[in-house]
Design a protein around this ligand. Structure first.
Ligand code: NAD
Length: 489
């Protein structure tokens, strides 16, 4: 059957506990909808505290045996996964397109294509656990943090890998809850992980709605670390849920990142690069550069270049090879994005292209026209709040200090960019930004570099060795004088 005609999913009623797919104890169901057609794709369990209970029990039982292995050995357990993913890449791509609505090319190249690189990186993580360190008469070691609860969003369903895999390599066992909005791709990936034959209970997947399954997981006393990616609103609920048990939270939340273009930077490349960054994944990326800061005198040039670049984005069915912009993920998100566009019009921003009307010829699906606003003021709603759709705001600044002040005038601090004549100049400005990542000129994303936020963008870091160490506890052992175990310093 071709990708266009096959029904992409069926309803599922199971969860993955203790090394096997078993029926969920959920009574309710979550509907999964194709954002491009608004058709029902299927249903998944609505979530149940009983599933979470069984999953945490399995992870707790598996912990001692898994923690006793060396990190390289744990990492090596995933060695066959890259090949399995390559062999089943088309199925995974199909599921991502159906439930997230991203274009076929983006699903293939980024959502699925980058998984292989992630796996290669995780195999390397096995060698990066720090050796015991000597401090005075003490030996300081890293121990696995325990049982990890992972809760992830729908925009990159396989993004849970950047949490779960470092946790497993660090010696933790895991219960993960994917988003109920895009669960079928995670089911399929879990089937592939099952083929690896990890010890039962090391990796468990529960399904369901956030307030049911997610809340039960975050608040479970058997969980030692909760690693969460999602909205600030849910991040606050997670903090409340972990408080009674003093469970360690790692939070990757939203963003409203600024790209600053300084005088002397390659202007057209910088404007086009920022628009691309803002629109990728149909405008649904936490680190998206959604505020473009240009010298006030260049506002008209920036608007013209951005409009020309935006006109190259073709909204349409994600499987259509001519489509370069798919829909946003669901009706709630669609209404939210259009609401932000209307707020910008009401607050006096200049609409350069796009707007709240449906793109021509698309009567169904949650499509948003590629939209650019110019003359956006720092206190306007669209300059302050995360939109999560293809909407770029262009703001003018007077001088470097003003640019830095506007960029930092945000509750968020996840990402950003500085474009300048030289990398040195860009780094000088980047050091003044209150944000966790900064793209310097045309620098590209590096999955091994730490990723995470300042301010309300979260706490903790993912990626590479920084992400790995989040899943460890530090233990100091005070040795007697002259002990043969003394570590050289
Ligand atoms: P969301 O907060 O609505 O949901 C995220 C996850 O939390 C889902 O699995 C959901 O079921 C669960 N959840 C919801 N309520 C819960 C509760 N009360 N207790 C426990 N779990 C609960 O976010 P979303 O709409 O799925 O994703 C979009 C958001 O995620 C955006 O704000 C985006 O910026 C953010 N995000 C951040 C990053 C990052 O790395 N910083 C990456 C991707 C997305």
């Amino acid at each position: 059957m071709s990708i266009e005609t096959r029904p992409p999913t069926t309803t599922r009623e199971d969860v993955y506990l203790d090394g096997a797919f078993v029926p969920s104890a959920s009574t309710g169901r979550c509907a999964v909808v194709n954002p491009a057609t608004e058709d029902l794709l299927g249903e998944v369990p609505g979530g149940s505290a009983d599933d979470v209970e069984r999953a945490v029990a399995a992870a707790s039982r598996a912990f001692d045996g898994w923690a006793a292995l060396g990190a390289p050995e744990r990492a090596a357990s995933f060695a066959g996964l890259g090949e399995l993913i390559e062999r089943h890449a088309d199925e995974l791509v199909e599921l991502i397109v159906a439930e997230v609505g991203v274009t076929l090319a983006w699903a293939r190249d980024v959502h699925v294509g980058r998984l292989a690189a992630n796996i290669a990186n995780l195999l390397r993580l096995g060698d990066q656990m720090p050796a015991p360190q000597g401090i005075g008469q003490s030996m300081v070691v890293r121990e696995p943090a325990g049982v990890v609860g992972s809760i992830s969003p729908w925009n990159y369903p396989f993004g849970f890998f950047t949490k779960v895999v470092p946790a497993l390599v660090a010696g933790c066992t895991v219960v993960t809850k994917p988003s109920e909005v895009a669960p079928f791709s995670v089911y399929r990936l879990t089937e592939l992980i099952d083929e690896l034959g990890l010890p039962p209970g090391v990796f468990n997947v529960v399904m369901g709605a956030g307030p049911v399954a997610g809340a039960a997981l975050a608040g479970h006393p058997g969980i030692d670390v909760v690693t969460f990616t999602g909205s600030v609103r849910t991040g606050r609920q997670i903090l409340e849920a972990v408080a009674p048990n003093i469970t360690r939270p790692i939070l990757e939340l939203g963003g409203k990142s600024a790209a600053i273009i300084l005088e002397g930077a390659p202007f057209e490349q910088a404007v086009r690069g920022t628009l691309w960054n803002c629109y990728m994944n149909n405008g649904q990326v936490c680190g998206a550069q959604t505020r473009l800061l240009v010298p006030r005198s260049r506002m008209a040039d920036a608007a013209e270049i951005a409009a020309a670049a935006a006109s190259g984005y073709v909204p349409g069915p994600p499987l259509d090879p001519g489509t370069t912009l798919g829909p946003v993920v669901n009706s709630a998100q669609h209404a939210r994005v259009l609401g932000y566009i209307r707020s910008a019009l009401a607050e006096g921003a200049t609409l350069v292209c796009g707007g709240p009307e449906r793109p021509a010829g698309l009567e169904r699906g949650y499509f948003v026209a590629p939209t650019v606003f110019a003359d956006v003021q720092p206190d306007m709603t669209i300059a302050r709040e995360e939109i999560f759709g293809p909407v770029l705001s262009i703001l003018g600044y007077e001088d470097e200090d003003d640019a830095v002040r506007i960029a930092n005038h945000s509750d968020y601090g996840l990402s950003g960019a500085v474009w300048a004549e030289s990398d040195e100049e860009a780094v000088r400005i980047a050091r003044r930004l209150r944000t966790g990542q900064v793209q310097i000129n045309a620098g590209v994303f590096n999955g091994l570099a730490p990723f995470g936020g300042f301010k309300r963008s979260g706490m903790g870091r993912e990626g590479g060795v920084f992400g790995l160490l989040e899943f460890s506890e530090v233990k100091s052992m005070q040795l007697p004088a002259g002990s043969p175990l003394t570590v050289a310093q």
